[in-house]
Design a binder for this molecule. Structure first.
Ligand code: SF4
Length: 608
């Protein structure tokens, strides 16, 4: 279908007015890069498996869009998963999913890049492919279809999605994307199989059809073998050595509708070596790398100038660990104040928080403050390697309330390895003491929003061998916490994650190739938008698992033996299995490991 047909549909079809947020589908936002298809010789559709307002807040997409479109011979265009009402309208009108820049059908591009941020987007990927008119499984796609490439954190274990993708990039894309484009250009005249074999030669590229998994009779994975001479035995993660040397966007498309993160986001550092043992990102993005204050300030001011944002946010896994965070916030908030632009930080650690940073942040507008103690007791925090004393937690709470904040948001997890009911009541005790001290420090009543999520054991973490607790366990412990905080309900707002959703998430996170049949069956049964509570259906997922003869508990709640082959063992993130195992054992002994940074000991995790 030609773009002008789709343009005319977008401009004239009255049914668009009845859609939920039609602004998602119009494109042509300020700073959009629109290139004439005839003036370029390579085209990429960057497709996000969730709705516009989520995808437009994703920094990775902005970085790739910026790098690709900086090359005059390449056009990169965006596509987002439509809300189901628009999805049905597209099907009804026979209109394939299109890109926002030029209303070109996604299937007319040479490469379709899909970012996998969460397992809850897996059925959305199939919806994207179906709406684009692209066969769901790679084996059913010929050269007339784009190469479908996956990226993002879920490639830490892409096996449940392996049959739907032609290839995955394990790691960071800034340097690899140019190599991928070059290979696809140079193999246009070869068969799809030859193209994929050539892609497998790029460091970080995983072409799943070149690997064959073998299972024991009980369905447990036995081994994964290479079945093609050009595929490496192990695929090694790709990461950028010098963050200062890679491009970062100084202008981005500015949405006409409000999106989740409606501000200028500047990535100040990448990676975190604090080593929280449940945290997958802390392992996937090692080692810690920084952008200089000069670069950060230049980027922040350029984004304010080019996009008109009135808020700048620092983006990183552990913002207050940037070696020059105080100087940088002071310098930048000073520069931005004059323009009435505020500076905000994502969730903050509770040990290096300083009043000075808080004051800098709140000089223009006081935004919410979020902390993540994660566990209620010092013992359990040592198990997960979050080396915080109760006193440090309380000190930070008092600092924040005495600095003028009235509401704090605190994140906790439960179902962590070795957890007991005492660790749950310890959360209540910490909250109660924090409120008491906070009220005294602020001289008035203060409030807390306490958010709890169920622990999901993730691949490539020290807890990758651990089992997830049952849904019943989470419900029981949630009730215990509610009972212990009932008398504070005026000051404490409690919120929980959906425990059944967390079971599906864990089953997919630790799934294998067999899980792909479950994903497709769930999709065919109507599962999409699983990350949206109004759409998630645990019943359908349960049926999908049983129709495929699979049990989600086998994936989520089964402890893995030390010698067991894990579905992601052939993907080398850089942190060695031995290091992860040692960290698990230290956790079980309630011992902590200090972060590794210049001036701190290296724990030989294997990355550097
Ligand atoms: S190799 Fe050493 S310095 Fe590098 S990330 Fe691992 S522990 Fe840290």
């Amino acid at each position: 279908m030609k773009p002008h047909f789709i343009h005319s549909f977008l401009q004239n079809d009255p049914s668009l007015r009845n859609l939920h947020k039609p602004g998602r589908y119009l494109g042509r936002e300020w700073n959009t890069v629109i290139k004439n298809a005839r003036s370029v010789d390579f085209s990429i559709a960057l497709a996000f498996p969730d709705v516009y307002e989520i995808g437009m807040s994703h920094v990775g997409l902005k970085i790739l869009y910026h790098i690709l479109n900086a090359d005059p011979s390449v056009r990169a265009e965006r596509a987002f998963l439509p809300w189901p009402d628009m999805g049905e309208l597209l099907k009804e009108k026979g209109i394939p999913l299109y890109t926002l820049e030029s209303a070109t059908p996604v299937k007319d591009f040479e490469l379709m890049g899909i970012s996998l941020q969460t397992e809850l987007n897996y059925t959305n990927v199939l919806y994207l492919l179906e709406l684009s008119g692209i066969p769901l499984r790679s084996k059913n796609r010929g050269k007339e279809y784009p190469v479908v490439l996956g990226g993002g954190p879920c490639t830490a274990n892409p096996e449940p999605m392996a049959p739907f993708f032609d290839a995955f990039l394990i790691g960071e894309g800034e340097e690899a994307i140019g190599e991928i484009v070059a290979i696809l250009r140079n193999t246009r005249d070869l068969s799809r199989k030859s193209t994929l074999a050539a892609l497998a030669g790029i460091r970080g590229m995983y072409v799943p059809q070149l690997y064959t998994p073998f299972y024991f009779s009980d369905g447990i994975l036995k081994k994964v073998e290479v079945n093609h001479p050009r595929a490496p035995e192990k695929v090694h993660r790709r990461w950028v050595r010098d963050l200062e040397a890679v491009p970062y966007p100084d202008r981005v498309p500015v949405p006409y509708i409000s999106v989740v993160h409606d501000r200028a986001a500047v990535e100040i550092s990448r990676g975190c070596t604090r080593g929280c043992r449940f945290c997958q990102a802390g392992i996937l993005y090692r080692p810690h790398r920084e952008r200089s204050p000069e670069t950060v300030c230049r980027l922040a001011e350029a984004l304010v100038e080019s996009c008109g944002y009135n808020e700048v946010s620092f983006f990183s896994l552990s913002t207050t660990d940037h070696s020059q965070i105080r100087e940088m916030t002071t310098e930048l908030s000073g520069r931005l104040n004059a323009r009435r632009v505020s500076l905000t930080l994502p969730s903050l650690r509770m040990d290096r928080f300083s009043l000075q940073i808080a004051r800098n942040l709140s000089s223009v507008r006081k935004s919410g403050l979020t902390f993540a103690p994660e566990a209620g007791s010092e013992r359990l925090r040592r198990v997960i390697n979050k080396d915080l004393t109760d006193q440090q937690v309380l000190d930070t709470i008092v600092q924040a309330f005495s600095a003028g904040w009235r509401d704090l948001k605190l994140y906790f997890m439960f179902g962590l390895p070795t957890e007991t009911p005492r660790d749950i009541t310890a959360i209540a005790a910490l909250i109660e003491e924090g409120l008491k001290l906070g009220k005294k420090a602020a001289g008035r009543a203060v409030n807390m929003h306490v958010s709890l999520s169920a622990f999901v054991p993730k691949p490539h973490t020290p807890f990758q061998w651990c089992s997830q607790q049952t849904v019943e366990y989470f419900e029981e412990h949630a009730a215990l916490l509610r009972k212990n905080l009932r008398h504070l309900r005026r000051q404490v707002r409690l919120s929980w994650s959906d425990f059944q959703l967390n079971l599906v998430e864990a089953a997919l996170a630790r799934g294998d190739r067999h899980s792909a049949d479950v994903v497709e069956t769930a999709y065919r049964m109507g599962c999409i938008m699983d990350g949206w509570s109004e759409y998630f259906s645990f019943t359908r997922w349960e049926k999908a698992f049983s129709r495929c003869g699979r049990d989600p508990a086998l994936y989520a709640q089964r402890e893995r033996k030390e010698q067991e082959v894990l579905p992601w063992d052939h993907l080398m993130i850089g942190v060695g299995r031995g290091f992860l195992r040692r960290e698990l054992q230290k956790g079980m002994r309630e011992e902590t490991t200090r972060m590794c940074r210049p001036g701190y000991p290296c724990h030989t995790c294997g990355v550097c």
